[in-house]
Design a protein around this ligand. Structure first.
Ligand SMILES: Nc1ncnc2c1ncn2[C@@H]1O[C@H](COP(=O)(O)OP(=O)(O)O)[C@@H](O)[C@H]1O
Ligand SMILES: [Mg+2]
Length: 320
């Protein structure tokens, strides 16, 4: 999963970002730039794309807006399951002087003003299908993260029911799948059980909505934390986006082989044709690969939310 990706040494990240000069810059993740706004956190989703664990030098225009828009959609759809960190999305609501007019335009559609949380030290992963590291686990042990599964499953088969498969948050290198017992040791029994329950319900909600849109939610990663203000368990970061989930096109679904990723397959296929050893830095993407990748992210936004992306860009609303 993308959570396993490593930080590439020397990655420029926020360099050149229109907000880099704004006060309160905290740090950059692979995709998001974080700023402090009083006691709140401003998350800005950039257009950076990572593939094969490397952040590529060429951004995909509006990709960050797709991720933010899709997350906004899901946060709104899941408040009955768990509260989330989202407080606002309007650049005009930022403190005076935080950024200028150009910065506000840049923030529109890609910002989330958030409640700060103490992040749980586990990746909260739910799988509905046998794929990726789950398939590797299953082939070796007949189980995924210690959860015994029926014999004879093929790669990409749907699981009898979705499973909760936490993993560690590795600072460097790949995250490691852990059993539920190991998670109990990390966060305690009651919290581990709550997180599992919430994660399974979020997955089920997400999978049902996506399936109606012709997208299978093979697996997904949530981040949860305890809100610093109230101590309440909340869902943070991004949720049920192409970057945090494995999305498959239902019309191409065929168990017994790996499935194409709805959003990233196109760029991955092109990268495979390049003389590149998949270490930092990656190759610049040609214009047609950028355009084709953007189209696919936009299609994911439109299919999942049922809303027009152009309208989202213009009016900052997620509506037909
Ligand atoms: N509400 C929140 N409180 C504290 N940290 C958060 C919150 N929401 C997101 N984060 C953190 O912000 C970062 C988001 O940046 P991102 O580029 O997605 O990072 P990563 O490279 O780890 O995927 C992550 O480290 C995530 O844990
Ligand atoms: Mg992330």
């Amino acid at each position: 999963m993308s959570s396993a990706e490593m930080v590439n040494p020397g990655d420029p990240r926020a360099a050149g970002h229109t907000l880099a000069a704004s006060g309160g810059f905290v740090r950059s993740g692979k995709v998001r730039d974080l700023f402090e706004v009083g006691d709140r956190l401003l998350l800005v989703a950039s257009d950076r794309l990572s593939a094969f664990d490397v952040v590529l030098p060429t951004p995909i225009p509006d990709k960050g807006r797709v991720l933010t828009g899709v997350s906004r959609f899901w946060f709104d759809q899941t408040t009955d399951i768990i509260p989330n960190h989202l407080l606002g999305t309007d650049p005009a609501a930022l403190p005076a002087g935080f950024t200028d007019a150009a910065g506000s335009r840049e923030l529109k559609g890609r910002m989330m003003l958030c409640r700060r949380a103490k992040v749980l030290p586990v990746e909260v992963i739910v799988r509905g299908y046998v794929a990726g590291s789950g398939w590797k686990d299953y082939r070796r042990t007949g189980a995924i993260c210690g959860i015994e599964l029926p014999a004879g499953l093929r790669e990409s088969d749907r699981l009898p029911s979705p499973i909760f498969t936490p993993s560690t948050k590795a600072e460097v290198g790949h995250d490691e799948n852990i059993g539920f017992d190991a998670m109990v040791e990390l966060v305690g029994g009651p919290l581990a059980e709550r997180v599992r329950d919430v994660a399974l319900r979020l997955y089920q909600r997400g999978a049902a909505v996506a399936e109606k849109a012709g997208i299978l939610l093979a697996d997904t990663k949530f981040e949860l934390g305890t809100a610093l203000d109230t101590g309440q368990l909340i869902v943070i970061d991004e949720i049920l986006t192409p970057d945090s989930s494995r999305f498959w096109d239902a019309s191409d679904y065929e168990p017994g082989r790996a499935q194409a990723s709805f959003d990233k397959q196109f760029v991955r296929d092109w990268l495979e044709t390049q003389p590149w050893d998949k270490t930092y830095p990656g190759p610049e993407l040609p214009a047609e690969i950028v355009a084709g990748t953007r189209e696919r992210y936009v299609a994911a936004f439109e299919r999942i939310t049922g809303a027009g992306f152009e309208r989202y860009l213009q009016e900052d609303v997620i509506a037909r």
